[in-house]
Write a protein that binds this ligand. Structure first.
Ligand code: DGP
Length: 109
């Protein structure tokens, strides 16, 4: 069964998409925790970091590259937090690995 994020990637359900390339898609979180809160999601369905195969690490690079691009293009996102919850007990609720890009406010250290 497809994940909710794959349905967004395939345009089967709507999302506020802010960027996309061959490796990742970026859309606004439905429940934003900060003024700027987007999710960077690999286009390949990988459950969590624990499940990465050696060839999947290209997506780790793609997530970092996209985070840098977002910081340079979204006003107010020059400084940001990148957070990946990997596993239920770490707070993950959508089991399609993704990075939260959080910005637009001073975040607790
Ligand atoms: P996590 O707990 O790390 O798995 O984060 C999942 C995030 O995904 C959570 O912040 C809410 C967001 N989310 C869940 N379903 C949807 C959806 O259908 N659309 C959008 N835009 N975000 C969603």
């Amino acid at each position: 069964m497809k994940t909710i994020f794959s349905k967004i990637i395939d345009r089967e359900i709507p999302a506020d998409i802010v960027a996309e390339n061959d490796q990742v898609i970026v859309f606004r979180d439905i429940n934003p925790k900060t003024p700027i809160h987007v999710l960077i999601v690999p286009k390949k369905e990988i459950k969590d970091i624990q499940s990465f195969a050696p060839e999947d690490f290209v997506y780790a690079q793609a997530i970092f590259a996209m985070a840098q691009q977002l910081s340079q293009t979204i006003p107010g996102a020059e400084e940001f937090r990148l957070q990946i919850n990997s596993g239920y007990r770490a707070g993950q609720r959508v089991f399609h690995v993704h990075a939260h890009f959080l910005a637009g406010a001073e975040l607790a250290a």
